[in-house]
Structures are given as C-alpha cells and as structure tokens.
Design a protein around this ligand. Structure first.
Ligand code: PAF
Length: 284
C-alpha cells in the first residue's frame, strides 16, 4: 500500500494508473477506522482495480470545537488495518493540502439539510459537501463508497454530485453492527465501559420498534422510541424522526411513503453524540 500525504503526489500516482486503464474506487473517511469502514474498503477493493482511502478529519464540518479536538486520530493503526484489507493507496493529507485557500462555497440543498443533522449541526453538511467535492476533484474516482449509518449525509452527497455534475457513482453500504446490535462508530471509542453497556439500548430500541409497524401510528412509534431510550438516565435523545428515505422530510402516516426510515441522535453522557437509523419500509 502506498501512503500519499500530498495532493500532487497522489494525483501523479492516480494519473499513471488511469493511463493503464485502471478503474478507481474511493472511500473517504475521517480515520479511527473500524469494521464499518473496513466493510466499505473491502467492497471498494472487490469492485475496482484501485482502492483509494482518504483519512482526513475535516475541520469545516465540525460546528463544535471540542468535538473536532476530541475526534480520535489513529493514523498508524488505520494504515495497518487498510493494508490488511488490500487498500491500494492511503491518502492522508493535512489541512493545507485540502484547503490551500479557505473554502467559502455555500451549497443549497433545499429542504434536505434543514432537518435532523442539518438542523442540529448548522453548517455541518456544507462542510461535508466542501470536503467531499474537493476530494472527488482530487481523486476523480469512478465509484465512491459511503455508509448508511450517516443516512442523511448519503442523501446530501447524492444531491451534491447531481448538482455539481460529478461523474461518480455513489454506492451506499449497510450499517455494520456489533454482535449486541450497537452500530459501529469511531465515537464509540470515547465511551466508558458503563456508557458502552448502556448505549446498546439505542439499537435495541430501534430494532424492536420495527415489530410495531404498522400497528402503532407514526406519532405513537416516535414517542415510544424516545421514551424507551430516555428511560436510561445517561442517554438523552436529541431527536428521533421518521422520514422519507429520499427527501428526509418527516412522514405523518405509514401511507405517506414506500421508504420510511427512523433516524435518531442520542447523547450518551455529557459529550458523546451517537447516531443510528433503521428502515421501517423499503422499496423492493
Ligand atoms: O462520514 C465521514 O466520515 C465524513 O463525513 C466524510 C464523508 C469522510 C467527510 O469528511
């Protein structure tokens, strides 16, 4: 595996490979890699000639300074993991390489980023769109892989690609869960043993809530999920919404859509913010 820290070095390498007719797949990450990321990398390796993984903690998508400072950084461990799953190139730039000038672009995603993560983390998706469009411009991949755990992010990236006419195929990949159901996240590393034990209630509640569809109304189900998670004193639901899986807008009745997804954000303790989601209805 090659490690590139400079944009120019990476582009030289990729131009060479492209001339040889190699198809380039790309997995953008912020590092602190776990099996969820590795599932994306493995798919990328299987479906492309070249797999590029970026590790870059993007400052423009953090609206909270402490969250940015505390975001885990484990580059040498990440490199070993990537090597073990046959990643071709690790791109690990610093901020200068990605933003030689401050990025002042403002994207307009209509209603897509006015709800859920977009509402509670103002500016977050604009930062994600900035960095992902910048990375796409550098890597110019045929395909790019994103996890469905960040469900709204995936919708935003699809919209950004459409708006900017970027010739890349976006591949969404299912959430990877621990054996107890907890969704894998780099933020899980920040949980104490006790918090981690309690946090499993989030995924357990989401999984159980599926069994009440469509008997409970959307409103009843929302309240049930919130009450259930909040019944554990160290968990605090920031929001739980049931939305259309394409528009991200709330639904009021199960008949409103054929693609219904429940999205939750929960504070575990004072600082660690966890997200998860579950599909209640999916188009065949
Ligand atoms: O999902 C993430 O880890 C990040 O938001 C991404 C897509 C790598 C952009 O920084």
């Amino acid at each position: 595996m090659k490690i590139c820290k400079k944009t120019l070095g990476l582009q030289r390498e990729l131009n060479k490979l492209r001339k040889e007719g190699k198809k380039i797949g790309f997995v953008p990450t912020m590092g602190a890699l776990h099996n969820g990321h590795l599932s994306l990398v493995k798919k990328c390796v299987a479906e492309n000639d070249v797999c590029v993984v970026s590790v870059f903690v993007n400052p423009t998508q953090f609206n909270n300074k402490t969250d940015l400072e505390k975001y885990p950084r484990t580059l040498s461990k990440d490199a070993k993991l990537l090597e073990s799953v046959n990643c071709t190139i690790l791109f690990a730039p610093d901020v200068e390489q990605i933003y030689p000038e401050p990025d002042t672009r403002v994207f307009d995603f209509g209603q897509l980023d006015k709800v859920m993560e977009g509402k509670y983390r103002p500016g977050h998706f604009n930062g994600v769109a900035q960095v992902v469009s910048r990375l796409f411009d550098i890597v110019k991949p045929e395909r790019a892989y994103f996890g469905e755990k960040d469900f709204q992010q995936l919708a935003i990236i699809r919209e950004m690609v459409k708006q900017c006419n970027i010739p890349v195929q976006i591949v969404g990949c299912p959430i990877v869960r621990e054996t107890d159901g907890m969704a894998l996240s780099s933020r899980n590393m920040r949980l104490s043993k006790n918090e981690r034990e309690k946090a499993v209630l989030i995924s357990q509640t989401l999984l159980k809530s599926c069994t009440f569809v469509p008997q409970k109304s959307v409103a009843e189900l929302k309240q049930w999920v919130i009450d259930q998670i909040n019944s554990e004193p160290i968990l605090k639901v920031e929001y739980f919404d049931i939305v259309d899986g394409l528009t991200m807008q709330s639904i009021n009745s199960w008949d409103d859509t054929n693609y219904a997804v429940g999205c939750v954000t929960v504070y575990c303790g004072e600082e660690v913010r966890l997200i998860d989601n579950i599909k209640y209805k999916e188009p065949k």
